[in-house]
Design a protein around this ligand. Structure first.
Ligand code: PMV
Length: 340
């Protein structure tokens, strides 16, 4: 018996970020986070459930366009998650999977969020399990990539910290919920890609080190107010209010990373050039704000009427970069065409 399912799942960009875990193995965050699900940055996964026992087969599409055995570090994480889902579903057999990304992997563009969201949903489809969105979010989170919990949903998505659910129920019940659908507010994300290679320090290591920073608790104290402001700004489509908070939040996260022990510097000189360029855009009346994940690349958030101008100004900078033009989107879709 074999069943196959293919899911395309978008990445997301966090406005309030997950950085530091109560339980890293279970991806239980210390603080709530809130993100915008993207459209053009996505992962696509085909999962086939094969009834006979044996090793999972894990392929990924390389930059040359061919499918090859996935590199060991990534394949190990995928294998562990497939084993976990098999135990959770109480089934036998093994999985064949192929996966691809529409954008650079592990470069701070949340490819693990889209990747593990797509993998989780395609596996559930392949084994024919009907699940609620809450279950899908919790299962995606248990891949170890916490931000995958947000990528199973579209629009604007909040992932509360475990404490709001109580310690005992946190494992299964720590899941993300949609705050507003994508149609509520058409926000754009012009991503300035200045580094395409994989970052040297993974976000998992970042979570591990976060609490060694003297600024960790300072940022934590600011988060409840920030979260409220971001929720309200989304509700009322108040771009200035949203922008100010998300830029400060991203800089704070990087301050925590830079002051962790050992310190983590995700920024490159080009990152600073872009941050400065975005501030200069605002001086010239172009409403745009920056945010970054755990990487050197900068996400420039703006509204549709200035997106073209933002892209043009970034392209004119005297640094090497490529742009990805993205926008808020409706979340994952099941596709009819499979990768194998
Ligand atoms: O989900 P992880 O373990 O890859 O961590 C995500 C970390 C950030 O991208 C920096 C923040 C976030 O909330 O997406």
């Amino acid at each position: 018996m074999a069943a196959k399912c293919t899911v395309r799942s978008p990445s997301n960009i966090a406005f309030i970020k997950y950085w530091g875990a109560k339980d890293l193995d279970q991806a239980i965050p210390i603080n709530p986070s809130l993100s915008m699900t993207l459209t053009n940055c996505y992962s696509r996964s085909t999962v086939e459930w094969v009834s006979e026992d044996g090793e999972h087969e894990i392929q990924w599409r390389t930059s040359s366009g061919d499918f090859e055995a996935a590199p060991p570090a990534f394949a190990d994480r995928v294998r562990q998650h497939l084993d976990f889902l098999r135990r959770w579903a109480k089934i036998e057999g093994r999985f064949r999977i192929a996966t691809e990304n529409s954008f650079p992997s592990a470069a701070g563009l949340a490819s693990s969020a889209s990747g593990f969201s797509a993998l989780t949903l395609a596996t559930l489809g392949a084994i024919g399990r009907q699940t609620s969105t809450a279950e899908e979010s919790a299962l995606a989170r248990l891949s170890g990539s916490g931000s995958a919990a947000r990528s199973v949903l579209g629009g604007y998505v909040e992932w509360p910290a475990s404490s709001s659910f109580g310690a005992l129920s946190s494992r299964a019940e720590c899941y993300a919920c949609q705050v507003m659908p994508a149609e509520h507010w058409d926000l754009r994300n012009v991503i300035a890609v200045v580094e395409r290679g994989a970052k040297l320090i993974s976000s998992l290591d970042g979570h591990r080190r976060a609490q060694t920073s003297p600024y960790f608790h300072t940022r934590q104290r600011r988060l409840p107010g920030r979260l409220k402001a971001v929720r309200r700004a989304i509700e009322t489509r108040d771009f200035e209010r949203l922008g100010k908070v998300i830029e400060t939040e991203a800089i704070d996260l990087h301050c925590v990373a830079m002051t962790s022990e050992p310190a983590i510097f995700y920024w490159s000189p080009a990152t600073l050039t872009i941050l400065e360029a975005v501030r200069a855009m605002r001086m010239d009346g172009i409403a745009a704000f920056s945010t970054m994940d755990a990487g050197a690349n900068v996400h420039v958030i703006c509204q549709p009427e200035v997106e073209g101008e933002v892209a043009q100004r970034l392209e004119q900078l005297d640094i090497e970069l490529s742009l990805i033009r993205d926008c808020v989107g409706p979340g994952p879709v099941v596709e009819d065409e499979h990768l194998f």
